[in-house]
Design a protein around this ligand. Structure first.
Ligand SMILES: Cc1cc2nc3c(=O)[nH]c(=O)nc-3n(C[C@H](O)[C@H](O)[C@H](O)COP(=O)(O)OP(=O)(O)OC[C@H]3O[C@@H](n4cnc5c(N)ncnc54)[C@H](O)[C@@H]3O)c2cc1C
Length: 449
C-alpha cells in the first residue's frame, strides 16, 4: 500500500471511530449515545453514591501520594521502615474511622446505611493498587473493630469508638487494632461450621469472680498487624467448654502477660506483620468482654461476612495495579516495527484482563450494597475477586516477560500480594463451603411452585 492509500485508510478509520461517527446522529440520538472519552475508573465512580465517590477519589489521591513512594522499600525491608507517618496521615484523613458515621466516625452517613462496607471496599481497592502490604497495614485495623460494632452494645461502641475517633481523626495518633481467631492448631477450622465443631483450640478464658474478670491463657498466630496493634479482639473458649462458648475479649497492649511472639517472613503483603500473640494468664476485666458471653462464634462468622468483600476489593487492587503497570509497559515498549499496544493479540489479552477485573468489581460492589452483609454474597465476591486478581497478575507477567519479574516494576509484588487474598479470611475452598452452607437448606434460586 502506498503512502497516499495509507493516509486515506487512516482518515477513514478516524471517521468511523464511534466518537466521530456519532456526529452524524441527530441531537436526541447524540444525547442517548455516550461516547465521552472518560476512563472506566471515572465512569464507575460516577455510578457510586456521592459520599462513596468522594472516598474513592480521596483514596486514589492518598494512595499515590503516600503509599506509592513507600511501597518498594516497605516490601523489601518490612522490619526497617517506620509505619507511624503513614498510619498517622491515614488517621487524620479519616481512613481509619470509616466503620462508623459522624459524630464518632468519618463514613458518609446515607451511603453507610445502605452499604456498611462499600466505602471501605472502594478505599481498599485504591490502597491495594499501590501496595498490598501497606493496604493491609491500614485496613486490618477495621477487621479488629468489626467485633465491637457487631457486639450490638451501645456502651461498647461509645466507649471505644468515641475516644478512638478523637485520637485518630483529630490528634492523628496511629492507633490500630487487630483481630485474632487463628491458633496454631486451628486455621480454617474456625471459619467453617464443621471444622469449628472439631477445632483443637487452646486459648481459654477462666472466670475469676473475685477479680471481676477473666484470666486468658493461650496463643494466636498469623495475626495481621498483631505486633503493631494497640488493642486486639481475641476469641477464647470458656474454661471446661468447647467452641460453642467462644467469647470475644478486648485485650490491650500493656496488659500483664500479653506479648508478641514471632513475626512471620511472608511472601506477599510484607509491609504488614503477621504475628504470634501470646497470652500468659492475662487478666481481662469484665468490661472488656465484647458482646454477650458465648456469642463469639456468631460474632466471628459475621465479622468474616463484613470483611470478605473488603479482602476481595484489595485483591481487585492488586490485579488492577498489575494491569495498569502492564498497560503502561505495552504503551512504551516496541516489539519489532511497532509498540506492543498496537498488536491486536496484546489488545485482546489486555481487554480480557480488564473485563475480568470489571466483572469482579461489580460483584464486590453488589455484595457491599446492603446494610447487613450476608454469608454467600461475601464469600462469592471474595473468591471471584481473589482468583481473578491472581490470574490477571499472571497475565501481566506473561506479557511483560522479564520486566514483569523484577521488583522495581511492582508486578511481581502484586502477584505475591494477590496470592494471599486466596488464603486468608478463609481459603477460597472454605469460602466456597460457606456459600454452600448458607443455601444448604434453602434453594439457590427460586423454588418450584
Ligand atoms: C499473612 C496472613 C495473615 C493472616 N491474618 C490473620 C488475622 O489477622 N487474624 C486471624 O485470625 N487469622 C489470620 N490469618 C489466618 C488465616 O485466616 C488462615 O491461615 C486461613 O484461614 C487458612 O487456615 P490454615 O492456614 O490453618 O489452613 P488449613 O486450615 O490448615 O487448611 C489447609 C488446606 O486444607 C483446606 N481445607 C481445610 N478444611 C477444609 C474442608 N473442610 N474442605 C475442603 N478443604 C479444606 C484449605 O482450604 C487449605 O487448602 C492470616 C494468615 C496469613 C497467611
Amino acid at each position: 500500500m502506498n503512502s497516499d492509500a495509507k493516509n486515506v485508510l487512516r482518515e477513514r478509520i478516524e471517521l468511523l471511530h464511534p466518537k466521530n461517527a456519532v456526529k452524524n446522529m441527530n441531537l436526541i440520538g447524540r444525547m442517548l449515545a455516550d461516547n465521552r472519552e472518560m476512563s472506566v475508573w471515572e465512569h464507575d465512580t460516577k455510578t457510586l453514591p456521592l459520599g462513596v465517590r468522594r472516598w474513592r477519589r480521596r483514596a486514589l489521591k492518598f494512595a499515590r501520594e503516600y503509599i506509592r513512594p513507600l511501597a518498594p522499600e516497605a516490601d523489601l525491608h518490612p522490619h526497617d521502615y517506620d509505619p507511624k507517618p503513614i498510619l498517622s496521615a491515614a488517621a487524620r484523613k479519616g481512613f481509619q474511622t470509616l466503620l462508623f458515621t459522624p459524630p464518632i466516625g468519618s463514613a458518609s452517613t446515607l451511603p453507610f446505611l445502605r452499604g456498611t462496607t462499600l466505602q471501605i471496599a472502594v478505599v481498599g481497592e485504591e490502597f491495594a493498587t499501590e501496595c498490598g502490604g501497606l493496604a493491609l497495614l491500614l485496613l486490618a485495623h477495621n477487621l479488629g473493630i468489626v467485633p465491637l460494632l457487631l457486639s450490638g452494645s451501645i456502651r461498647t461502641i461509645i466507649r471505644h469508638f468515641f475516644p478512638f475517633y478523637i485520637k485518630s481523626r483529630i490528634l492523628g495518633r496511629p492507633d490500630c487494632m487487630a483481630f485474632a481467631i487463628t491458633e496454631p492448631g486451628a486455621g480454617s477450622d474456625v471459619e467453617e461450621t464443621e471444622g469449628g465443631a472439631m477445632a483443637n483450640l487452646v486459648t481459654t478464658a477462666k472466670y475469676m469472680p473475685a477479680m471481676g474478670g477473666y484470666i486468658l491463657h493461650g496463643q494466636k498466630c498469623f495475626i495481621s498487624d498483631g505486633a503493631k496493634a494497640d488493642k486486639v479482639t481475641v476469641y477464647a473458649k470458656l474454661e471446661g467448654e468447647g467452641i460453642e462458648s467462644w467469647t470475644c475479649f478486648l485485650v490491650e497492649k500493656g496488659m500483664k502477660g500479653f506479648s508478641v511472639g514471632r513475626s512471620e517472613r511472608k511472601m506477599g503483603q510484607r509491609a504488614s506483620d503477621a504475628s504470634e500473640l501470646i497470652f500468659d494468664n492475662v487478666f481481662v476485666p469484665k468490661k472488656n468482654v465484647v458482646g454477650k458471653l458465648r456469642s463469639g462464634w456468631a460474632n466471628n462468622r459475621n465479622v468474616l461476612n463484613y470483611s470478605r468483600p473488603v479482602v476481595g476489593a484489595m485483591a481487585l487492587g492488586h490485579g488492577r495495579g498489575a494491569f495498569e503497570r502492564c498497560l503502561e509497559f505495552c504503551r512504551r515498549t516496541k516489539l519489532g516495527p511497532k509498540k506492543l499496544i498496537e498488536y491486536q493479540e496484546i489488545q485482546v489479552e489486555l481487554a480480557d484482563m480488564m473485563i475480568s477485573l470489571w466483572a469482579a468489581r461489580s460483584m464486590i460492589w453488589q455484595s457491599c450494597r446492603q446494610f447487613r452483609c450476608y454469608q454467600s454474597a461475601s464469600a462469592a465476591a471474595k473468591v471471584t475477586a481473589s482468583d481473578t486478581a491472581f490470574k490477571v497478575c499472571n497475565q501481566a507477567m506473561e506479557i511483560m516477560g522479564d520486566h514483569g519479574y523484577i521488583h522495581s516494576n511492582g508486578v511481581e509484588r502484586a502477584w505475591r500480594d494477590s496470592r494471599l487474598t486466596q488464603i486468608y479470611e478463609g481459603t477460597n475452598q472454605i469460602n466456597r463451603l460457606a456459600l454452600f452452607e448458607h443455601h444448604m437448606s434453602s434453594d439457590f434460586y427460586i423454588e418450584e411452585s
